[in-house]
Design a protein around this ligand. Sequence first.
Ligand code: ADE
Ligand code: ZN
Length: 326
Amino acid sequence: GESVIELFQLPKAELHLHIEGTLEPGLAFELAHRNRVTLPFGSVEDLASRYRFENLRGFLDLYYTTMAVLRTEDDFADLARAYLGRAKAQGVRHAEVFFDLQAHLRRGVPAEAVVDGLSAALAEAEHDAGITGGLILCFLRDLPVADADAALTAAMPRVDRLLGVGLDSAELGHPPGPFAPVFRRAREAGLRAVAHAGEEAPAAYIQEALDTLGVERVDHGIRAVDDPRLIERLVTGRVPLTVCPLSNVRLKTVGSLREHPLPELMDLGVVVTVNSDDPAYFGGYVADNFLALSREAGLTLRAAERLARNSIAASFVTPGRAASLI
Ligand code: ADE
Ligand code: ZN
């Protein structure tokens, strides 16, 4: 109905989107063929049938396996072009895009190929569709800190093309604190900082990310609901959370959308945003997340408008650009 159209057309910023998580099965097979990479799946249908996960680790295993088809600058440009085309249809006016550089470096792909390919697609989207964006290099927290440090060094020739750094991959048992020196170096190079925290690990990881990494936003952050003092800190400091509802259900960190803490976080006064995380894997892009919340968790159009406005306020655009987005 009419409200579906409105949810799709609401001007949004997408702030929690892993570009490798936009790799649809069809494009994965196309790139495998182009690059003569053999995927351990028989067909597009076979790959698509594996998109059922028990937890974050199970998803990550498939995600890192499938991204092996990404080899060249053109591959990264094609991947980001496909995402930005879909994002436009979902009302995205600005996208701050994560990429997992370490996963590509270890396959021998140069940092320049990754960054130049993604940047080319972002520049095209700005020119052709008025969508602005930026790149956020995420460190893999389940690899040694020295590996993250080496990735930052590898990216330094392209630091002017980067907006920020983040922290992702398997969270439990990999707290943020040890990454403080790498984040400090990134911030000294002029980069913004965000981190995944409180997705599958407890609220203490969110606290630690704020205390040690100098992050300006928390990715996921849903476990903050368990800690009233942390909620007060997020509200007072206006620290945004980039929440990913369909992801949380698919990775079983939340039982269902009806039980999702998003409405409670909003009611408590936290600056909440809605994002798609890895949309090719989790059954929907960002407006699909809004729609699922409205159908299954009673999200009103007013609340959706607030979430969309929050996303623009929580983005790293200048106030002038933010005003033009609303
Ligand atoms: N990498 C890609 N998606 C992720 C998620 N939801 N959590 C942690 N690392 C990720
Ligand atoms: Zn994520």
